[in-house]
Design a protein around this ligand. Structure first.
Ligand SMILES: [Zn+2]
Length: 87
């Protein structure tokens, strides 16, 4: 039986806030565990002052730029490649 590649997509450049599903062009943001939270959600929920914050992102960069830089720093690549195959 042959394998057929149905779909491949690199989601590495795609960034969405885990709380509001948007926010990629907001400034700053933070990381709570494995959740990336955009600048607007951090502001409105007061997360910048919370104890459980793992990392506060640079407020001079967009949330999207911060998350992509974080992925490269932690994982060595910003890529997130998804392939769907049939067997
Ligand atoms: Zn958000």
């Amino acid at each position: 039986m042959s394998e057929e590649k149905l779909f491949t997509q690199n989601y590495g450049e795609m960034v969405i806030c885990d709380f509001c599903n948007g926010g990629e062009q907001t400034m700053g943001g933070c990381l709570i565990g494995s959740y990336a939270v955009c600048g607007d959600c951090c502001e409105s929920h007061g997360y910048y002052k919370a104890d459980e914050i793992d990392e506060i992102f640079d407020n001079d960069k967009t949330f999207a730029d911060n998350v992509i830089a974080y992925r490269k720093r932690v994982h060595g690549s910003g890529d997130l490649i998804i392939t769907i195959q049939s067997f």
